[in-house]
Design a protein around this ligand. Structure first.
Ligand SMILES: Cc1cc2nc3c(=O)[nH]c(=O)nc-3n(C[C@H](O)[C@H](O)[C@H](O)COP(=O)(O)O)c2cc1C
Length: 401
């Protein structure tokens, strides 16, 4: 289809990565010279496009001549840049045009601009999302390699403790006094052994949601502008995090996908799935980690980036603040679940794209940061947990509380 745009500009966010690819060089191998051939390609990372796109040197050079603010007459641009290069960059979405043919890409580009992403953060988030990935296929995740093998391959890890002063210079602190939170902290351990036969009661399910993702107050800070008070801190008090649920075995709630409505402390149904589809989706959420997919409920934490970026526009710290906030939610889940006699987990090995599709999220505006899960533990431990204090397990038996 002929491009109809008369005026063009560069898309709002694009980064070019010169990426080296190593290929087996069969000719070199047989000639006894070299077994591997290296080639460098120029990869454009533009969040509004979604996929990585390869550019050639002429296309990258052309980008140095087109700004992303002002619209330029295509005829003027064509005085410096070959028509074929302009067409190709428009087709790839790296240039956007004002014509009908470019409307879909222009709209996506305007979303990136309108959300006020910092370009580095937008690229980091968009291109670290997984689609249909499994941890078993990821060679960087070392689940099936023993620690001994890992040390043989990579050498020892950096030391587990660091010191910045001589021992005699250290100021000893008073021994901590015990308070009720100590017992909870001591029993906190990532759960990889959920009770797959039993149900989670509705009361504890509700208690967890209220404390971890619910709000304690809704305050009108200016006429028409409200803010939430929650159990965890939030950059700018904007609370951009949302909670979605994969309910698998909770008494009184039909298995399915839900959104948590924060001010009414209620679930909003998104989809009902049959048992097989629900299990498949749970597995997809946690990239095939079946011991996590066994949780009674998965709690997906997403961020509505535009809420925080409304205040912190194109800010270098804004994305980091949101990610840190998700960590606070995770720890609150661990502590709350532990106090209520349950297990909890967090994972960042998640299929963001599959989750976005299932819940109808536009990744440029709202996207998952972590998947958490909770529920009663199994009576017997079959999967490894880190419980050096023996507060959770007595050998392979669950300790009575
Ligand atoms: C951000 C984050 C991501 C994690 N992802 C995984 C994961 O994908 N799979 C897993 O088995 N454990 C995961 N964990 C749990 C850690 O393995 C666990 O915290 C660690 O082994 C220490 O055990 P503990 O939490 O019981 O103290 C994750 C923890 C964090 C904080």
């Amino acid at each position: 289809m002929k491009n109809t745009s008369k005026r063009v500009r560069r898309c709002g966010v694009v980064m070019i990565e010169p990426r080296e690819a190593l290929e087996l060089d069969l000719a070199g191998l047989f000639a006894g010279t070299r077994a591997v051939r290296a080639s460098v390609k120029l990869v454009a990372l533009a969040p509004h496009v979604g996929d990585e796109i390869e550019l050639d040197a002429a296309e990258v050079a052309a980008l140095g001549r087109v700004g992303d603010t002002d619209w330029v007459e295509r005829t003027v641009l064509a005085e410096h840049i070959p028509e074929a290069v302009i067409d190709s960059l428009l087709a790839k979405g790296i240039l956007v045009g004002d014509g009908e043919t470019d409307a879909p890409m222009r709209e996506r580009d305007e979303t990136v601009r309108g959300v006020h992403w910092k370009p580095l953060s937008a690229v980091a988030h968009a291109f670290s999302r997984w689609h249909e990935a499994g941890v078993d296929e990821d060679v960087r995740i070392t689940r099936h390699r023993t620690l001994t093998e890992l040390i043989r391959e990579s050498g020892p890890p950096p030391p587990h403790v660091t010191s910045r002063a001589a021992p005699e210079q250290r100021l000893a602190l008073p021994a901590p006094r015990e308070t009720p939170i100590d017992a909870i902290l001591a029993r906190r351990a990532t759960c990889r052994n959920f009770d797959t036969a039993g149900m989670l009661d509705l009361e504890r399910f509700g208690d967890v949601l209220k404390r971890v993702v619910g709000c304690q107050a809704e305050v009108e800070i200016l006429p028409g502008t409200k803010a939430l008070k929650k159990a965890h801190p939030s950059g700018g008090s904007l609370h951009p995090l949302e909670a979605y649920l994969v309910v698998q075995r909770v008494e009184g709630i039909a298995p399915g996908l839900y959104h948590y409505h924060v001010t009414t402390h209620a679930l909003e149904p998104v989809a009902t799935l049959d048992a097989t589809a629900l299990r498949d989706f749970a597995m997809r959420c946690v990239a095939g980690q079946d011991f996590f997919a066994d949780a009674h409920a998965l709690l997906i934490i997403t961020a509505r980036f535009e809420r925080t970026f409304w205040k912190y526009r194109s800010h270098p710290k804004a994305y980091r603040a949101i990610v840190l906030e998700a960590g606070h939610v995770s720890q609150n889940l661990y502590l709350t679940a532990t106090e209520l006699g349950m297990g909890a987990f967090v994972t960042a090995a998640i299929n963001e794209v599959d989750i976005e599709q299932a819940f109808g999220l536009d990744a440029l505006r709202e996207s998952p940061l972590a998947v958490l899960g909770f529920g009663p533990r199994a009576a017997q431990k079959t999967m490894l947990e880190f419980d050096p204090l023996g507060t959770v397990w007595d050998g392979t038996e669950l300790k009575a509380r």
